[in-house]
Design a protein around this ligand. Structure first.
Ligand SMILES: Cc1cc2nc3c(=O)[nH]c(=O)nc-3n(C[C@H](O)[C@H](O)[C@H](O)COP(=O)(O)OP(=O)(O)OC[C@H]3O[C@@H](n4cnc5c(N)ncnc54)[C@H](O)[C@@H]3O)c2cc1C
Ligand SMILES: O=C(O)[C@@H]1CCCCN1
Length: 389
């Protein structure tokens, strides 16, 4: 007979970047924590895989800019603890119609929050960034604090630190049943576990995990085609030359943003993607074969990035979990205060993970969270449900 499993202080379900960071904060605060993951780690079937993500403070909402102040500090601390470089400063080039709403809101917010930014007029732009064509009527500014986050490296570093702090990871164990109660019971094919509190950070699987425990959130799962484009002259858009990340707002070609990161993980290939995709079931991601976004990107790349071959050389897959307002879900389960949810990161959550992990930890402890979580409440979708504060 195997010995009974201990009652953990907390079980975290889902070992993507959000769950791993929550588990790290729990272990750092002496909580006996189990992190459960359905796949064998590392894997590329969710939202946290791949080499790179953008980190930036440029946001039109002040609450994100404020969270990023702390997030930068926590990333630096993680770098120190893990002894690996996780961020590389390149700057973020923001382009968009000068009179457009989004460009103005972003610029205003950066000025209001006194973030270091450089505004480039068209002459300065072609002088400093000769291999990008700025669209007539577009403004351009650079968030100089921004850069590249090494995503895969960050995920494994956080998981390693969690284990060093005494945390337990069990991968290849899909959670198939959750029984709420003062002690929560969690079942996988391999075992039954118990904990005083539960954190659910299951990415695109959120609806599948939450609806059996009575919570239906308006989440949409999108498959993103992650496209890499060959440099005509190798290295011309390279991170080594400090070519910046970029976001293009309201381009002629697209109804959603287009964004890119300098060539880095595949030398000679720059990542340029469309900030939306087609709806999919996370368990059948590869069954979604729509490539209409790639056609949009081809037209944009050929017009604005003349130094790239306008046909993607590599296409990989990733998924977004999108909320109606594109803001995250960070809250208690409305009926069970010892179940805490982190979901709906809407394609921009990686850079916040250390802060998200911290506030999810604070919620499990019943502490007042160190950031205002009102934009992230479940009650915004369900006006009569309870909420975090
Ligand atoms: C193409 C792309 C580009 C992006 N660019 C940026 C960017 O530039 N900057 C930025 O900040 N963010 C960016 N993001 C967003 C960011 O990557 C995500 O917000 C973040 O990775 C979400 O992490 P997560 O932990 O919520 O989800 P996931 O990484 O998917 O983790 C959830 C985990 O839960 C596991 N799981 C699910 N169900 C179960 C179950 N029943 N039992 C056990 N385990 C389960 C899954 O297998 C998975 O490992 C991008 C995302 C994509 C796809
Ligand atoms: O989170 C980010 O910074 C990027 C912006 C562009 C779209 C993908 N996510």
């Amino acid at each position: 007979l195997s010995p009974p499993s201990p009652v953990y202080d907390c079980i975290v379900v889902g070992a993507g970047i959000q769950g791993s960071c929550a588990a790290y904060h729990l272990a750092k605060n002496q909580r006996k924590t189990l992190l459960l993951e359905q796949f064998v780690l590392p894997h590329s079937r969710g939202s946290s895989h791949g080499q790179t993500r953008i980190i930036r403070k440029a946001y039109k909402e002040d609450f994100y800019a404020h969270m990023m102040e702390e997030s930068y500090e926590l990333w630096a601390q993680l770098e120190k603890e893990a002894g690996v470089q996780l961020c590389r400063q390149t700057g973020l080039l923001l382009m968009g119609p000068e009179t457009g709403k989004d460009y103005q809101l972003m610029k205003d917010a950066m000025q209001r929050n006194k973030l270091p930014l450089v505004i480039l007029n068209p002459e300065e732009f072609s002088q400093h960034i000769p291999n990008v064509n700025l669209t007539g009527g577009d403004g351009a500014l650079v968030d100089t604090t921004a850069g590249v986050l090494y995503a895969d490296r960050a995920l494994s570093a956080v998981q390693r630190l969690f284990q060093v702090l005494g945390g337990v990871i069990k991968d290849g164990q899909k959670v198939t049943d959750i029984k709420p109660g003062p002690v929560v019971t969690v079942t996988t094919a391999a075992a039954v576990y118990q904990a005083k509190s539960l954190v659910i950070t299951v990415g695109t699987w959120a609806s599948k995990v939450l609806s059996p425990i009575g919570l239906n959130l308006p989440l949409q799962v999108l498959k993103i085609n992650v496209c890499y484009w060959k440099e005509k002259v190798a290295g011309s858009y390279s991170v080594n030359r400090r070519f910046p990340c970029f976001i293009q707002l309201e381009s002629q070609e697209a109804s959603h943003d287009i964004y890119g990161l300098p060539s880095n993980e595949y030398p000679g290939l720059m990542k340029v993607c469309y900030h939306t995709g087609s709806e999919t079931d996370p368990d059948d991601r590869d069954g979604q074969t729509d490539r209409s976004d790639v056609e949009i990107l081809k037209r944009y790349v050929s017009r604005c990035f003349p130094g790239l071959v306008p046909v993607p050389a590599v296409v990989e897959s990733c998924m977004y979990t999108v909320t109606p307002d594109l803001h995250f879900v960070l809250d208690y389960h409305p009926a069970h205060r010892n179940i805490v949810i982190g979901a709906g990161f809407s394609g921009h959550g990686f850079k916040f993970a250390p802060v998200v992990g911290k506030v999810l930890y604070e919620l499990t402890m019943g502490q007042v969270p160190s950031h205002d979580l009102s934009p992230f409440r479940i009650g915004r979708f369900q006006p009569h449900a309870g909420s975090a504060q």
